[in-house]
Design a protein around this ligand. Structure first.
Ligand code: ADP
Ligand code: UDP
Length: 237
């Protein structure tokens, strides 16, 4: 596969065209950002760790019947993915209260949410990813009602697969964000699943093992991502 021009450089990843018009290369960089880009740092090894973490999770999801964009690893920091027409809406499932939910509703962190909750946010850094809903998404033409229904169903299916995967490895999947896109008339899971876009706690101690370590300055960010990966059986370099 031939790497062609860079199409887009996001906060943590870059997207490249390839000689195949239906395939992109996703490069996972060491750049780490939080609070919509206000806090930024380079964390050595993060690109490699998240690329391999994402590959492992996407393969598990694909095997469970979730259509994903993941085609294969190209290098330690790059993956080949299907080109998607991305939907600018982030889908969040929460199993335990944390983050913006606590700030918005004024509840404490760590409450079990039964059933799990589902929220939509508009991808817009300048507006700090405001919370939206299905009605707004349809009215503004971000996605059709049928597409939004499929995104919700797939986001919950991902929860069933990954909650069990983390639980078996002694961890709690607190919440996570997914992004979807269109390919050949189908809704396909895109972007990434890594500790940058979810919250994972140790089941016994409730130690934070995700990007909150960076957001809250808790230290050992990448060492902890690697520990999560090792517990799941992922091999890093
Ligand atoms: P951000 O854009 O939020 O700064 P990233 O640094 O992660 O985020 O950039 C990666 C970008 O690539 C995101 O905007 C994401 O929506 C987009 N993307 C992810 N997967 C695909 C795909 N398969 N096809 C097209 N774009 C994708
Ligand atoms: N999330 C993300 N990207 C975003 C916003 C949220 O990956 O732009 C993830 C975040 O890591 C967490 C979940 O989505 O796992 C819910 O995030 P929340 O709404 O609590 O916002 P936060 O306080 O993390 O900004």
């Amino acid at each position: 596969m031939e790497k062609r021009e860079e199409l887009y450089a996001g906060k943590a990843k870059s997207v490249y065209k390839t000689d195949n018009p239906d395939r992109f290369i996703l490069e996972f960089r060491d750049d780490t950002s939080a609070f919509d880009g206000e806090k930024k740092e380079q964390l050595s090894r993060k690109g490699m760790v998240n690329n391999k973490f994402n590959a492992f999770v996407m393969e598990k999801l694909e095997a469970a019947g979730v259509p994903t964009h993941f085609e294969g690893l190209l290098s330690s920091t790059e993956s080949i993915v299907k080109k998607l027409d991305m939907i600018p809406v982030e889908c969040v499932v929460r199993n335990i209260s944390a983050g913006s939910l606590c700030r918005r509703i004024g509840v404490e962190e760590g409450l079990e949410l039964t059933p799990s909750t589902y929220e939509l946010f508009l991808k817009n850094d300048a507006l700090h990813d405001p919370m939206v809903n299905e009605s707004l998404a349809v009215s503004f033409g971000w996605a059709s009602a049928a597409e939004l229904e499929r995104m919700k169903q797939l986001t919950y299916q991902v929860n069933d697969v990954l909650k069990a995967l983390f639980d078996d490895a002694g961890m709690l999947l607190v919440d996570y964000k997914l992004e979807f896109g269109r390919s050949g008339g189908e809704i396909v899971l895109g972007d990434e699943f890594s500790p940058d876009g979810c919250r994972i706690w140790d089941k016994e101690t409730r130690k934070k093992m995700d990007k909150d370590r960076f957001r809250q300055g808790l230290g050992d960010v990448i060492e902890t991502y690697e520990e999560v990966g090792r517990r799941l059986g992922i091999q890093f370099d």
